[in-house]
Design a protein around this ligand. Structure first.
Ligand code: NCD
Length: 369
């Protein structure tokens, strides 16, 4: 091994990627919230923290808040940005695979933020990237930086992340923000969950399993009205039209849950109404004037927590992570048709085995061996 290889090896070991918040400790999340708070109070202190650094933003899917808050975060830290928000204007349109596009950009940038419509795609990119990679949403799977945004909002507005009754309403099946938020809030003491959805859009089994594994109280209900009075937090979500197989299936779900001022009459005075946005029709505009509607504030908190995240990832402050936890099993194939391994055939088949089951390292689908 020559000196260059040894250096690269060492760099690889130090590099951290944010694919799933649960790859990191709760203490690390809290350190980001504290840093974000400090940035809000003293922005000037951080104005040159990323001078000379470059962030690549690769958005294979539409985005307003996530993309622009990341870009603004980097600009406010003194860094610059490159990237695309429409893969059709990049060589992806010529048929370039995920590995090549992301490998190349990761050689230009100091940190790469990526959103992709396929589950596990960001982890797949991180496997071969030459810089840290941040998951800005991978299909209907996870959205860890939205969860950091949600945690900061609750921390700032409620003053605690514990002992909360949290209602999640809408598309719990395809809503990646819901999956990441539940995984995170399950790590704090005495939180309870109320899942409000139709049976068709219920939470996936692998997320529900977290409740049973940790002995967390939860219930599933199908009306918003019944759930509202006991909630401390109401997390509304959009029905994820782009994840439905047919328009008819989407139309059957659209408009089933709409938060109105009237429905809030029985809500707690200090309820926090959150929404990752964009909103379609699930919160009527009149609710915006209610002091409990925090979703616009929430979007702004997202910029500060992403500033804290960029700093931590680029300067790799006191943390480590293991990108691949399982092993390669070439003969096993993931059963999830929406898994990135179905699209990018060169990817190693990575699984964590438990009993006669195994979990796909990319998309978290459970597979029978
Ligand atoms: C969410 C997303 O992209 O998952 N938006 C966001 O990042 N703030 C929610 C959604 O699209 O419904």
């Amino acid at each position: 091994m020559n000196a260059m290889d040894t250096q690269l090896e060492a760099k690889q070991r130090r590099r951290i990627h944010l694919i799933d918040l649960n790859d990191f400790s709760v203490d690390w999340w809290k350190s980001l919230l504290e840093k974000a708070h400090d940035i809000m109070l003293f922005p000037d202190k951080y104005a040159h923290a990323c001078d000379g650094k470059i962030m690549g933003t690769l958005f294979y899917e539409p985005s307003t808040r996530t993309q622009m808050s990341f870009q603004t975060a980097m600009l406010r830290l003194g860094g610059t940005i490159i990237g695309f928000d429409n893969p059709q204007t990049s060589s992806v349109a010529k048929g370039e695979n995920l590995k090549d596009t992301t490998k190349i950009v990761s050689g230009y940038a100091d940190v790469m933020v990526m959103r992709h419509p396929v589950e596990g795609a960001v982890k797949a990119a991180a496997l071969t990237a030459d810089c840290p990679v941040i998951n800005a949403g991978d299909g209907g799977h996870l959205h860890p930086t939205q969860t950091l945004t949600d945690l900061l909002t609750l921390w700032e507005e409620k003053g605690t992340l514990e002992g909360l009754t949290i209602g999640l309403c809408g598309d719990l099946k395809n809503g990646r923000t819901v999956h990441s938020l539940i995984k995170a809030m399950s790590c704090f003491k005495d939180n309870r969950f109320v899942l409000i959805s139709t049976p068709e859009l219920a939470l996936p089994g692998y997320i529900k399993d977290i409740f049973s594994a940790k002995g967390i109280e939860y219930k599933e209900v199908n009306t918003l009205e019944k759930a509202i009075p006991e909630l401390d937090v109401l997390y509304m979500t959009r029905i994820q039209q782009e994840r439905f197989a047919t328009k008819e299936e989407y139309l059957a779900q659209k408009g089933n849950y709409i938060l109105t001022r009237e429905k809030l009459l029985d809500a707690k005075k200090d309820l926090c109404i959150l929404h990752p946005l964009p909103r379609v029709d699930e919160i009527e505009v009149a609710v915006d004037d209610d002091s409990r509607a925090l979703y616009f504030k929430q979007a702004k908190y997202g910029m500060y927590v992403r500033m804290a995240l960029i700093l931590s990832i680029i300067y790799n402050e006191k943390t480590t992570m293991k990108l691949v936890k399982g092993s390669e099993y070439p003969v096993i194939s993931c059963s999830n048709p929406r898994c990135i391994t179905k699209q990018e055939k060169y990817l190693p088949h990575l699984f964590s085995k438990f009993g006669d089951m195994c979990t796909c390292e990319y998309c978290d689908a459970r597979n029978l061996i």
